[in-house]
Design a protein around this ligand. Structure first.
Ligand code: 1GP
Length: 241
């Protein structure tokens, strides 16, 4: 078990240098092996800093997906698990997510307790992450699967208070999530307001479909932007990064 390891140090350093970072999210359930290899080959040529792996269900093996990615890239592979079954010790790190916008104990601590003994034995770098779900205009998989409510998108003060609490609780990253495939990504004003108050790196994801939206999120204060769906649907977007 590694806390505050190389990948987190890299995130901190780049954030301190105002170097914007891109993470591509791969959902093992939405990609076959051949497509995955081709996608990783493109990722290798682009300004992508991290490959996140995770999803809501588990039709395909996460282990197989991580193996294929690791065989084809040197970029950091970071688990972004939907629950405690989505762990592979072949990855480099895991976002140890606490869904702090919600009040479901299973997603605040329950899954963590289940996963902790296995994580302890692995060489995975553990990055505690305060995961904050904000209404993205439709019911997201996170909302449904976690049985929690997102923060309304216009309640910026609540989002800021939640992010502050997340950092005060010792989380190393704050992740503002509108939900995969959100109709509206997290608003620029919300990102700006949160970034003013926190000192750790800020991740933003959910519903980001174009390069200009990506730039807007960076300009608003995101340090790391995550893109998943849009790249699955449009390879040209990945090629343009
Ligand atoms: C979802 O933040 C990620 O958990 C990415 O969302 O798939 O909409 O890009 P998209």
């Amino acid at each position: 078990m590694i806390l505050n390891g190389n990948i987190y140090q890299q995130m901190l350093k780049k954030t301190a240098n105002c170097e914007k970072q891109i993470a591509v999210l791969i959902d093992p359930d939405n990609v076959d092996n051949d497509t995955l290899v081709k996608r990783v080959e493109i990722i290798n040529t682009r300004k992508v800093n991290y490959i996140f792996v995770g999803g809501s269900l588990l039709k395909n093996s996460i282990e197989n997906c991580v193996d294929i990615i690791k065989d084809n890239t040197t970029k950091p592979v970071i688990l972004f698990p939907g629950n405690s079954s989505q762990i592979s010790d072949k990855a480099d790190a895991i976002l140890f997510l606490s869904l702090i916008s919600g009040r479901n104990p299973e997603f605040l601590i329950g899954n963590h307790v289940i996963a902790a003994p296995f994580l302890y034995q692995t060489g995975l770098e553990i990055i505690s992450t305060a995961y904050i779900l904000i209404d993205g205009g439709k019911v997201s998989s996170v909302q449904y699967m976690s049985n929690t409510n997102p923060i309304p998108s216009d309640k910026t003060d609540i989002t800021v208070a939640t992010a502050l609490a997340g950092e005060m609780c010792g989380n190393k990253l704050i992740y503002l999530e509108a939900g995969s495939g959100a109709l509206s990504p997290v608003a620029d004003e919300t990102i700006f307001a949160v970034k003013q108050k926190i000192s750790c790196p800020l991740i933003v994801g959910g519903g980001i479909k174009t390069k200009s939206e990506l730039s807007n999120k960076f300009n608003a204060g995101a340090d790391i932007v995550v893109i998943g769906n849009a790249i699955e649907r449009n390879e040209d977007l990945l090629k343009s990064l």
